[in-house]
Each structure stands twice: as C-alpha cells, then as structure tokens.
Design a protein around this ligand. Structure first.
Ligand code: G3P
Length: 219
C-alpha cells in the first residue's frame, strides 16, 4: 500500500520525503490556508521536493467552466501535479474533458461506493473516499473503501482508491485491510504508526544489558 502525507507543511514533507516510505502528497484549501506564503509558491516547493511523486492540488473555483480552466492551469504547475476535483454532478463533463486531455485527476469528497464507481467510469486516476467525515456522522467510512475495492476488482477499473480523512492509526491500519491502494495521513498519524512503546522499552533493556558487559568495541 502506498502512503501519502496529507499536508502542505514543507518542513514535515522535507523530514520524511526521502525516507522511502512516502509515495506522494495530498493538499487541499484547508491545509494550504495553514501555511505562510503564497499557495502557488508553497505548491511549487512541494512539487520540487517530491520529484516524480504525485502531489494533489485542489481546484478552488465552483462554476464548472471555471473549474475546467483552473484545472488546466493547476496541471501546468508541474509534471507531478494531480488535480483534485470534488465529486459533484455538475463536474462530470468537466472531469471527462480533463481525462481526455490526459490530465491526472484525484476526485475528492467521495462518500459512497457508487460515487467512486461513477468517477472510475470517467477514467480518473484516483478517488478519495473520506473515512473520518463519514464516521463523524455515524456513517461507515471503511465499508465504502471495501465496497469500492470489490467493485473495482469485479469490473477491472484501474482507478486507485486513496483513503482520505484518516483520523487515527487505527483508520490507517483498517484502510490497508479494506483494500485501499493508498492512504493519505497527517504527519502526526504517520509518525505514530511507526512507534510502539514496547519497541522503546525493548531498546532501553538491550542497551542496559549490553552496558553491563563492559565491552569496549563490538564487533
Ligand atoms: O483532503 C483530504 C482529507 O484527508 C481531509 O481530511 O480530516 O479534513 O476530514 P479531514
């Protein structure tokens, strides 16, 4: 499973981009609103830092024609940009035209398996089911991920399932079990997923026992 960082925070991206664990970045208007500097400069820096790895950048226009024009401009920022467009009935023909123009798209704000199926029919590269926001209102976010997995496997869609709105390490673990191709997580959740207190305790025990030997050089 691929792991993306769901952030526009350049220092956090810098910290982990060369770790071998991070396969891409997702941003949105909310994450960009938290960073200093012009959003276009923040995005350009992230794209440069990530090399060939995909960086999702969301449209901010609402009118379908404006979304179409803005999506083309966003795609031109860098070769590794993926344009993020909300799943919305009035955007379907725009999405189709952008796919036909070979623009890589990530359809965001997906809350049902059928929305995921429709977007895959349009030929987009990624769909982003939102786990946390569904669970916030007693919905079954992970069920959407596994339903989309089953549908895509049954009909042979190559669109990747990018599990988003991940609120915990448990969500991250469950996204993997439910068949997500990618999970996008905050830096905090990513770092927590690598940590276990027993690992830390174990390191301390081994260190203390080794010191008892008084060995000066090893090996
Ligand atoms: O845009 C991606 C998504 O992960 C947002 O998550 O926490 O705002 O529901 P959240």
């Amino acid at each position: 499973m691929k792991i993306f960082l769901d952030t526009a925070h350049i220092q956090n991206i810098q910290k982990w981009s060369n770790s071998g664990l991070i396969d891409g970045i997702t941003t949105n208007p909310t994450s960009l609103s938290k960073e200093a500097g012009l959003p276009i400069e923040v995005i350009k820096n992230i794209c440069k830092l990530m090399g060939d790895s995909p960086v999702s950048v969301e449209v901010t226009e609402k009118d379908p024609n404006a979304v179409f024009e803005q999506a083309k401009k966003i795609a031109a920022i860098s070769d590794n940009v993926v344009v993020k467009i909300p799943c919305w009935p009035e955007y379907c023909s725009v999405i189709k035209k952008l796919v036909d123009a070979n623009i890589s798209l990530n359809i965001t704000l997906v809350f049902t398996a059928l929305q995921g199926l429709m977007m895959a029919k349009l030929g987009v590269d990624y769909i982003s089911p939102f786990i946390g926001r569904l669970e916030d209102i007693d919905g079954a976010g992970l069920q959407v991920v596994s339903d989309v997995r089953e549908i895509f496997d049954t009909y042979g869609y190559e669109t990747e399932i990018l599990a988003a709105s991940v609120r915990s390490v448990w969500h991250m673990h469950q996204a993997a079990l439910h068949g997500a191709d990618i999970v996008t997580v905050s830096t905090d959740i990513f770092e927590k997923s690598l940590y276990h207190p027993l690992s830390e305790i174990g390191i301390d025990i081994f260190e203390a026992d080794w010191k008892k030997l008084g060995v000066k050089q090893f090996p």
